[in-house]
Ligand binder design. Structure first.
Ligand SMILES: [Zn+2]
Length: 166
């Protein structure tokens, strides 16, 4: 069975998580379904996840309520430039990945559960290991200086749905 990163929201099985960056400039609440007790958290070994410690759950944008700081958040892109890695410009916390321009019609935010206030024991989470380091839709594409894959020739604006996406 293929992995669905964003299962249907089940009103009988969800959890609510308050979160904020380290300095508190950006604050938000995430509704996660199924609840964190059984939710598969993606642990990826790609160049950015390794460095920033991303442990991600994928939720629809409507499931995240920003109470503070969203407009001031900084964004970082690399590789195919199609997802925004969103972080706090003051404290540098890596909060989420905004996939809007990548997966047309499926508006996800990949939320880093390390910022959920009630999640403190990371050994208790259910993980889905993802080998993002080997993510190469086109094996002939070059590596950039950061060691991540990208392809300057490919027109990524034409990608409707990418089966390789973690
Ligand atoms: Zn901050």
């Amino acid at each position: 069975m293929s992995y669905d990163p964003n299962p249907q929201f089940d009103p009988n099985d969800f959890s609510v998580h308050d979160a904020h960056c380290h300095c508190g400039a950006i604050a938000y609440t995430v509704k996660l379904s199924p609840s964190i007790a059984t939710h598969k958290v993606t642990r990826c070994n790609c160049s950015i996840c390794r460095r920033n410690g991303f442990l991600c759950v994928y939720v629809s944008r409507a499931q995240v309520q920003f109470s503070r700081g969203w407009d001031e958040a900084k964004r970082y892109r690399f590789g195919n430039m199609n997802v925004d890695h969103v972080f706090c410009g003051t404290c540098g916390s890596s909060l989420l990945v905004d996939t809007r321009r990548w997966w047309k019609g499926r508006d996800f935010l990949a939320m880093n559960v390390r910022f959920f206030k009630d999640v403190t024991d990371f050994d208790k989470l259910n993980y889905r290991e993802y080998d993002g380091a080997s993510f190469k839709p086109n094996a002939t594409a070059p590596l950039d200086d950061s060691g991540c894959w990208y392809d300057k020739q490919q027109d990524w604006t034409k990608v409707e749905e990418n089966p390789f996406y973690p």
